[in-house]
Design a protein around this ligand. Structure first.
Ligand SMILES: [Zn+2]
Length: 119
């Protein structure tokens, strides 16, 4: 049996219209009992799904409601995924490998990692 855990989705960087659409989607999809407003930055899911599954679910709806945004794990907060504008990942000091999408805490770490793709 899988123990439910809290996964937070940080939508603070999404524009208001897209934010309210995403909130409505999440409420339906995950049967959230708590209510949220467009001003809320964090949606908490009490779920047995893995963070990867949640990420994929949000990713699929995100392409329909708001172009140019991506979702990634927040390496600075455990069990948190964050929706960010493409190219603005540095807002959160997250550096994504351009080849495989793996997140890093610094540009240095990322460039060391990216070398593995060149061999
Ligand atoms: Zn990589």
């Amino acid at each position: 049996m899988t123990i439910p855990m809290i996964i937070r989705i940080n939508i603070g960087f999404l524009p208001t219209v897209a934010r309210s659409k995403l909130i409505n989607f999440l409420i339906t999809q995950f049967q959230l009992e708590q209510s949220y407003s467009d001003n809320d930055d964090i949606i908490s899911l009490n779920t047995t799904s893995s963070i990867q599954t949640i990420k994929k679910t949000v990713e699929s709806i995100l392409t329909e409601i708001c172009e140019g945004y991506i979702i990634t794990e927040n390496i600075h907060a455990e069990n948190e995924i964050v929706v960010l504008k493409k190219g603005d990942l540095e807002q959160l000091d997250i550096y994504i490998c351009i080849h495989c999408g793996m997140p890093f805490e610094s540009e240095g770490q990322r460039s060391i990692h990216q070398r593995i793709h060149y061999f």
